[in-house]
Design a protein around this ligand. Structure first.
Ligand code: FAD
Length: 1019
């Protein structure tokens, strides 16, 4: 697919995109007056109609802005999937306990809502009376208590409101003859190939059933079916397009053929922005399939909230032209806005793919609608519940009848009823079909849409919002704001402003950016990378040894000259001599050097990513994250140092001046690991430098090349050459550095055993000052999953936590503890999803798991697996990986109890234990008992559970309902306790203090003959 407008617009500046769209969305004065009049009439009709149904009243009363609304949303999301009564009761007690329900009593003016409120108030009262124990007691005594039954019924009612039927037969039955539907088979995106098969079968089944009804009508007047491509393939992404595009095209063509045979329209739903380009590719290929030639039933949805919407329409028109067909396009505003904003921020991307003002989305919608109405190759369908949007469209549609409106089942009924009295335009209902398990994610989307303040339907139901406000022209609104983006949504780069700039990511979801980046990275693979001791800025010559590429050991990533003992002594002496003047240099100068280094690293992301791939076996996304983290460390420590090193004037009696200042300790040794060869290396060095220390930096023996490149960057950025020295080498070199008397402190990341050795060495010389050791070591990291967790989310997060980076992160998940009631289903999904991951060359963007760092690592882990052979319940197929690489097929090992895992297994091996509901506290004790305390994960929707884990877990980093790797500098300071490290946490506000000496100054200001200030101030 080549449409450069797609690339240009993807994350273009909002004002530019909007300014270009506004003229197309502009109404004439006559149109504007007419649209406003229609909108006001429609709004009045909807508000005057029988009043909102109970569900509207319910959502109005419990808006998402309130604690109670959020509690209900959480309840709706999780309740129905929990199989065991005890956890269900805990969830209810948790969520009901969070709200002040009494305030809602009698407020909604709707009998069912007030009754529901009363139920919630009573439940709460019951809980308060017996401190929450009552519910659980009831469950045990009565089996199925009244309260739980009531909640269950309420959730099912809510489901039934938004879902047309549990099966396609039931949905067709309920649809009857009068409503025109597009049926959607509900479900989370497929995580496994068997899931994808199941969804495919259910779509096919739906098509077959729909084909049997309304057989005498033309295509556009018959029911249709909507599909989500994410349901048809577990690896549906740009990175995996080589595989996903042909496979998904084949599936889509199969479905479309069945639809064409049955005379049923088929629409591809729009999903996340990062999948847009791939989805267009698949759509274009399917449209070109000879089997579908001449069939006008294959359509797609286009999201107006995306800046690329107009370019998508251009692309669709071109496909229609090429394949000589009219393509049904459903224009929607878009359902994933919050997710899009968060993702762009997390990935540090240049800008958002979506607009940041609601009115901007409306303007884009109108501009797109105009384009669609003018396009020969597009059959327009407008999906909206917004009366003003509808009213404007009516002006432009005029007498045309080849256009349809669409609404969601359970929403917009009153609007479309009122509309049907004014117009005979066709209206289709998007009708989700699915059982309770599948409806939850959809239900949450609908509750969000109904409950959000920005949403039209929410405002329509709120009588306090004047109708005139709802009928405002969005073009006028964006013009009034000068097309600017929303001030409350900073650009991803400004997330941490004004303190520092966020590190830049590479947009791996944009085909052009990805291709350019890959090419740049690949160009560095064949460079002659070298590392040697760098002492006083001079690279020492010596015997150069090859550094092997772990993905293919016949390849050489570069060469290294290791430091000798004499090099160590020379570097240490030079550092010691340089330290005092560096410490006396203003902190702003030191901080500026780090900022310049950060910018330089960022500009050379391709070089550093290439080194991380070839030298450390990192996958491309991991390599980018590695560079970003190094950049963040530099900028964060620069800002922190300026804050901390500002002299602190302290209080005291009159006539006395007290001040606390910080100074460098002298020479710091920074000894870093191979698994974050740039990020941790740079983090340690940057912290030591900015606090005024001279540094002896020793990278891991496996990864000297990237470290040497980083040292060159730091020198170029203004760090004096005699202040920072590089000493590549092995444990012996490390030992010599630590033993040097000039060394006044050590920052170390690596194994617990080495940390102990360092500590002992530091104490050996009785005459040497006691030097601080900051050690960050390993952990046996557990993730606890209870039955309220969402299996798809758990599967995603478990795989990332356990297998990303081939499990070679100290934060990685080693021990998964799953509640027995859901363990079978969770494990099926985890193993199914893991089987779809690709093991291979980390330089290939489609690779999920690269090699281990070296042969020793592989041998050790294979030995562990051999010792636990009978417990292995799943093993990946790594046969496609290069036989010359240090690859290891990931494995899952079932254990009976947590204590069967006694040591950290540093690779892609996940251990699993099951636990029963009442074993929860003992489980936590068991995990703590290992003595490590680095990371822990929890997947639970129950806040009390999270609170309990937080109170009991002795870990440095606890992650709830997310992955447990990827700590972000300044947001999740990282580091453990117990056997896992000494602290303070890297990337946190206390880290730098350990690198500094504190100096207090006290001056008697009266010594020169009296307290002049006191006397003059009180005079
Ligand atoms: C028949 C039908 C099919 C649908 N199919 C899809 C689909 O395939 N894919 C999909 O993604 N959605 C789909 N939707 C959902 C659709 O995106 C939502 O219904 C839409 O959010 C509501 O639009 P509206 O005009 O009714 O409401 P309005 O309240 O007028 O608009 C809400 C829109 O504004 C956006 N918005 C809110 N705040 C901001 C802000 N600060 N900046 C920018 N934008 C903001 C929201 O994200 C939402 O898109 C479908 C909807 C219908 C009716």
């Amino acid at each position: 697919m080549t449409n450069s407008a797609l690339t240009v617009l993807y994350r273009a500046p909002e004002p530019e995109v909007l300014a270009a769209l506004a003229p197309r969305a502009q109404m004439s004065d006559v149109e504007s007056a007419a649209a406003r009049e229609t909108a006001l009439a429609l709004i009045a009709a909807v508000r005057a109609s029988r009043g909102p149904g109970w569900i509207d009243a319910f959502l109005q009363e419990y808006a998402l802005g309130t604690e109670e609304g959020l509690a209900l949303l959480a309840l709706a999301e999780a309740y129905l999937r929990i199989p065991d009564g005890d956890t269900a009761a805990r969830l209810v007690s948790d969520k009901v306990g969070e709200g002040r329900w009494e305030a809602h009593l009698g407020q909604a003016g709707s009998l069912p809502v007030d009754a529901a409120t009363l139920g919630l108030v009573l439940t709460r009262a019951l809980m308060d009376a017996k401190r929450g124990g009552v519910l659980r007691g009831l469950v045990r005594r009565a089996g199925e208590p009244l309260v739980l039954r009531a909640v269950s019924t309420a959730m099912q009612l809510m489901g039934a409101h938004f879902v047309l039927g549990r099966t396609i037969e039931e949905a067709l039955d309920r649809a009857g003859d009068d409503g025109l539907c597009s049926f959607d088979m509900l479900g989370e995106g497929a995580r496994t190939f068997p899931d994808a098969e199941r969804y495919f079968a259910s779509y096919l089944d739906a098509i077959v059933h729909v084909a049997r009804v309304q057989t005498d009508l033309p295509l556009m007047q018959r029911h249709a079916v909507s599909v989500k491509l994410s349901a048809l393939h577990p690896r549906y992404s740009l990175a995996n397009e080589a595989r996903a595009v042909p496979e998904l095209t084949a599936r889509l063509v199969e479905l479309a053929q069945a639809a064409a045979r049955g005379g049923v329209g088929l629409t591809v739903d729009a999903e996340e922005a990062e999948r847009l380009e791939v989805s267009l590719d698949i759509f274009a290929r399917a449209a070109a399939a000879p089997q579908l030639a001449g069939w006008d039933g294959l359509g797609l949805a286009v999201q107006a909230y995306q800046k690329r919407a107009s370019a998508v329409l251009e692309t669709v028109s071109a496909i229609g032209e090429r394949t000589r067909r009219r393509i049904p396009v459903r224009l929607v505003k878009g359902a994933y806005w919050d997710t899009e904003i968060k993702r762009a921020q997390q990935q540090g991307l240049p800008d958002y793919p979506v607009f940041t003002r609601k009115a901007a989305t409306d303007v884009s919608y109108l501009a797109c609608a105009r384009t669609m109405l003018a396009a020969n190759r597009i059959a327009p369908a407008f999906a909206t519940h917004n009366a003003m949007t509808v009213s404007i469209l009516l002006q432009w549609i005029g007498a045309r009848r080849d256009v349809e409106f669409q609404r969601l089942h359970g929403m917009g009924e009153a609007l479309y009823e009122a509309l049907s009295e004014r117009s005979d335009l066709r209206c289709r209902i998007y009708a989700p079909v699915g059982g309770y398990r599948d409806l939850l994610a959809y239900l949450v989307r609908r509750l969000l849409e109904n409950g959000a303040n920005s949403s039209f339907v929410h405002q329509l139901a709120d009588e306090d919002v004047p109708a005139e406000h709802l009928a405002e022209d969005p073009v006028a609104a964006v013009r009034a704001a000068n097309f600017t983006s929303h001030p409350a949504i900073p650009k991803p780069a400004d997330l941490y402003a004004p303190e520092r700039t966020n590190s830049q990511g590479i947009d791996m979801t944009d085909r052009a950016t990805l291709a350019a980046f890959q090419a740049k990275v690949a160009a560095h693979w064949h460079g002659r990378h070298t590392a040697a001791p760098i002492i006083g800025g001079v690279e020492v010559s010596g015997e150069a040894k090859p550094v092997r590429d772990p993905a293919d050991t016949t390849r050489i990533a570069g060469t290294v000259v290791n430091a000798t003992r004499a090099d160590v002594a020379r570097a240490a002496a030079s550092a010691a001599a340089a330290a005092p003047s560096w410490s006396a240099t203003p902190v702003a100068t030191r901080a500026d050097a780090l900022r310049r280094a950060a910018d330089s690293l960022e500009q050379q992301t391709d070089l550093f990513a290439a080194l991380a791939v070839r030298e450390a076996g990192k996958t491309l996304p991991d390599a980018i994250a590695e560079v970003r983290e190094a950049v963040d460390f530099c900028r964060y420590y620069a800002a922190q140092a300026e804050k901390l090193f500002a002299p602190d004037v302290l209080p005291g009696p009159t006539g006395e001046f007290n001040e606390l200042t910080l100074a460098g300790r002298g020479v710091f040794a920074c000894i870093s690991p191979w698994n974050f060869p740039l990020a941790i290396f740079t983090g340690q060095v940057a912290a030591a430098l900015v606090t005024g220390n001279a540094v002896l930096a020793k990278p891991a023996p496996q990864t000297p090349l990237i470290a040497a490149a980083a040292v060159r960057v730091l020198h170029q950025a203004g760090v004096p050459k005699n202040v920072l020295h590089l000493l590549p080498g092995d444990g012996e070199t490390g030992g010599a550095i630590v033993a040097d008397r000039n060394v006044a402190g050590v920052a170390f990341t690596g194994s617990t055993a080495t940390a102990r050795r360092i500590a002992r060495t530091l104490l050996e010389d009785e005459t040497r000052p006691i030097a601080p050791l900051i050690a960050e070591t390993g952990g046996i990291n557990a993730m606890i999953v209870d039955s309220s967790a969402l299996p798809e989310q758990v599967a995603d997060d478990v795989l990332i936590s356990a297998f990303q980076s081939a499990g070679q992160r100290c934060s990685a998940l080693r021990l998964l503890c799953v509640q027995d009631d859901v363990a079978d289903r969770m494990l099926e999904m985890i193993t199914g999803a893991a089987s779809a991951w690709r093991i291979g060359d980390p330089g290939d963007v489609a690779t999920d798991i690269g090699p281990l760092i070296d042969e020793a690592a592989r041998t050790k882990i294979e030995a562990h697996l051999a010792a636990n052979k009978s417990r292995i319940v799943w093993r990946a197929d790594a046969s496609a990986a290069n036989a010359n690489g240090w690859f290891l097929a990931p494995a899952i090992v079932a254990l009976d109890t947590p204590d069967q895992l006694q040591q950290e297994v540093f690779g892609p091996v996940l251990h699993v234990v099951r636990w029963k509901g009442d074993e929860f506290p003992a489980l936590l004790d068991g995990v703590n008992a290992a003595g490590y305390g680095l990371t822990m994960g929890l997947h639970s929707r129950i806040r009390q559970t999270a609170d309990l884990v937080r109170a009991k877990a002795r870990v440095g980093n606890l992650y709830v309902n997310r992955t447990m790797i990827g700590a972000v500098v300044g947001s999740q300071p990282f580091g453990g306790e117990g056997l896992s490290g000494t602290g303070p946490k890297a990337g946190g506000p206390h880290y730098l203090l350990r690198f500094a000496n504190e100096r207090a100054l006290c001056v008697d200001t009266t010594s020169a003959g009296g307290n002049a200030r006191l006397m003059s101030e009180t005079g």
